[in-house]
Write a protein that binds this ligand. Structure first.
Ligand code: FAD
Length: 425
């Protein structure tokens, strides 16, 4: 059984995309590698602009982070605005902040325009302070976000209790621009729409080699070849093969569990306003409802190793600490995914050759950013104009001690969960 088979998103997905594996030789304007939000948004944009485009996905659409995530459509990155300006400079930083402030609108507009059946709920998100240090963090974010024009609100402990249905939080930062979706259905919907406007989408077609000869890119799978004027690689934390263009990132695992559909009474007591939520803990916890009234709760950790029992024991205690009324509820589905973190938490666009770009490192914020980056990278590649990109190209990107840091995050999360499962949340 794969680490994705037990996912609630696979069980409840209402979107389907017709696709086969590549079994021919084709010539196109743009070849896209990777069938997540970034690749699918790029293919949709290019096809809508009248370009010939094909997308190659190693497994199925949404196999990577796009089919496994929490489904929080956020307006921005992890980083507060001043940190973004600090890393990118004022001009590039402000441009990125503005682009990503509009990212939820870009996502929800696409969903509405194309009738993507992904349970869109635009009722905002709540970032919840789990401690007094968490409150200070939220106050800093609030000050910086409001100075940048974001319509966020800081809620008191009592308001946070009313909105989350939990007495566990000191404060909460409400962002009305954000919302939730069924993440796998959104990415499959994007791929379906791309095929409807002429993109060719091939699944179970890992690109095994990529080379540029005589002014043309050649992408080979085991049963076909694509020749393309330009290439966009959007493989993020699920990159396979293609060692020369492998992205450098710190892998961080995040798991989720879902209850079954709750009774109307229970449902009404949890997140009654429909927001998605997460807390300020270093080993963070997220929680949201789905359209059938299931609670989905998640935290950092890998369910695929021997110590993973600590995560499931801990998440049960955490759920009951947040919502004592759920003490008898079984956790039905459990799954995990891999996040590509960069040390500065900024996504990186790198050049992999003439008219060929790669992007990775959404650092846990890829629904809005992936949609926006995919669209703008396709526009930039088709126009051969780097000024159209959302961030400047970095000449190369390396992460040192990546394996160690991953081990630190996983050991840290497993140990924290083990200790807290025994002694309290
Ligand atoms: C558990 C979890 C929770 C998260 N929660 C949120 C959230 O609530 N909100 C949010 O905004 N973001 C969240 N994220 C981050 C978000 O899911 C990712 O940033 C986003 O999905 C990245 O999209 P992508 O298209 O760039 O890459 P992916 O969706 O990872 O897609 C990459 C694809 O490339 C394919 N591929 C790899 N190599 C090849 C090859 N050689 N040939 C062909 N195909 C190849 C893979 O099979 C994969 O399908 C979360 C991530 C995880 C894992």
């Amino acid at each position: 059984m794969s680490d994705h088979d037990q996912s609630l998103w696979r069980k409840t997905c209402q979107e389907h995309v017709e696709s086969t594996s590549l079994s021919a030789d084709l010539t196109v304007d743009l070849a896209v590698i990777g069938g997540g939000y970034t690749g699918c948004a790029a293919a949709l944009t290019a096809a809508r602009a009248g370009a010939s485009v094909c997308l190659l996905e190693a497994q199925e659409i949404g196999h990577g982070g796009s089919g496994r995530n929490v489904g929080l459509v956020n307006a921005g990155l992890w980083l507060p605005p001043e940190d973004i300006r600090g890393y990118l400079g004022a001009n590039a930083g402000d441009r990125l902040i503005d682009l990503l402030a509009a990212a939820p609108s870009a996502v929800f507009d696409l969903i509405n325009q194309h009738g993507i059946a992904c349970d869109p709920v635009r009722k905002g998100t709540l970032h919840c302070a789990h401690s007094t240090a968490g409150s200070r963090n939220l106050q800093t974010r609030y000050a910086q976000l409001t100075a940048s024009g974001a319509p966020v609100k800081l809620l008191s402990a009592e308001q946070a209790r009313q909105r989350t249905g939990s007495a566990a939080f000191h404060e909460a930062l409400f962002d009305p621009r954000a919302g939730t979706i069924q993440p796998l259905a959104y990415v499959r919907g994007l791929a379906r729409c791309a095929t409807e406007v002429g993109a060719q989408v091939f699944t179970n077609s890992p690109v095994q080699s990529l080379k540029h000869t005589a002014g043309v890119w050649e992408l080979k799978t085991s049963s076909g070849t694509i020749r393309a004027k330009s290439v966009m690689q959007a493989t993020n934390a699920y990159h396979q093969h293609l060692q020369a263009s492998a992205p450098a990132y710190v892998p961080v695992y995040y798991f989720q569990y879902s209850t079954g559909p709750l009774s109307d009474n229970l449902r009404a007591s949890l997140l009654p306003g429909g927001e998605g939520a997460w807390d300020t803990g270093l080993i963070m916890t997220s929680f949201r409802m789905d359209s059938q009234g299931r609670l989905i709760i998640g935290a950092m950790g890998d369910l695929g190793h021997v110590g993973s029992g600590a995560h499931s024991a801990w998440i049960r205690r955490k759920m009951t600490a947040l919502y004592p009324q759920l003490a008898d509820q079984a956790l039905v589905e459990g799954w995990h995914g891999r996040i590509a973190m960069t040390s500065d938490h900024l996504p990186k666009i790198t050049r992999i050759g003439p008219n060929a770009l790669s992007v990775h490192g959404f650092s846990g914020r890829g629904i809005g950013p992936g949609t926006v980056f995919g669209r703008m990278m396709a526009e930039s590649l088709l126009a051969n104009d780097p000024a159209l990109l959302p961030v400047p190209i970095v000449s190369s990107h390396r992460e040192s001690w990546a394996g160690l840091r991953r081990a630190y995050f996983e050991t840290g999360a497993a140990l924290t969960h083990l200790i807290k499962a025994r002694f309290g949340p």
